[in-house]
Design a binder for this molecule. Structure first.
Ligand SMILES: [Zn+2]
Length: 232
């Protein structure tokens, strides 16, 4: 359930996107670019690196059908795109509206697959990409320079990590209430989170224990249902 990782690609934190940023630096003197462009290119490089799954297979169809069912339940007004992939990545949202999901989730129970899809959809519905972009723009307005990013990297990194982790909690909560609207049990959410092993905190994601604790703290009677139609 990776999603916002490359948002943190700029020198603030390093990581997989750092190479892309370094490439940008090579001609930044001659062709100044904004932080928005750096982030866009980093996301696009990530998207280009993910292998597409074979289309029309039973697994691909199952994922597509679950996603369509999900879209019928959630009120969504903006752009959205689903890409079914092969490889190692389970799920991720890029450019704020491209949901990438591995064909392997077709083998999961539907409730678990729905949680994964709904988590990513939550990132889209709640405009998490735009929020992160605004944060980076606040720290790095105008053309990107090495001196500028070096000066703000520590504080930008801290704030971006805090925002990214909050986004994960919010996407989990969104996914849980979507599961409930679809008639699935809460146990599907906790099962899928445990299925991929217990992860420690990262720059972009809270650890599995924290995420499970946050999910369990959501009271069934108090959960918000904004953005969701009545269950079918
Ligand atoms: Zn996420």
């Amino acid at each position: 359930m990776r999603s916002m990782l490359l948002l943190l690609a700029v020198s603030a934190l390093g990581g997989p996107g750092r190479a892309a940023y370094a490439d940008e630096q090579a001609d930044v003197q001659a062709n100044p670019i904004s932080i928005t462009q750096v982030l866009y290119r980093s996301q696009q490089a990530r998207l280009d690196s993910l292998p597409a799954a074979e289309q029309g297979t039973p697994a691909s169809e199952i994922v597509q059908l679950s996603f369509q069912r999900l879209l019928h339940t959630v009120a969504l007004t903006g752009r959205i795109e689903l890409r079914v992939t092969a490889g190692d990545t389970v799920a991720e949202t890029l450019h704020g509206h491209v949901i990438v999901v591995n064909e392997a989730v077709a083998r999961l129970p539907e409730g678990e697959r729905m949680f994964i899809l709904a988590h990513e959809l939550g990132h889209v519905v709640m405009s998490h990409w735009a929020q992160m972009g605004e944060l980076f723009q606040r720290y790095v307005p105008g053309a990107v320079t090495q001196a500028q990013t070096d000066a703000v990297s520590a504080s930008l990194g801290r704030e971006a990590t805090g925002l990214a982790r909050q986004h994960e909690f919010d996407a989990d909560a969104f996914a849980l209430r979507t599961l409930r609207a679809l008639g699935h049990a809460d146990a599907d959410a906790t099962a899928v989170m445990s299925r991929f092993g217990f992860q420690r905190d990262t720059a972009t994601h809270p650890g599995t224990r924290q995420r499970l604790a946050a999910l369990c703290a959501i009271d069934a009677g108090k959960i918000e249902t904004a953005g969701l139609d009545a269950p079918p």
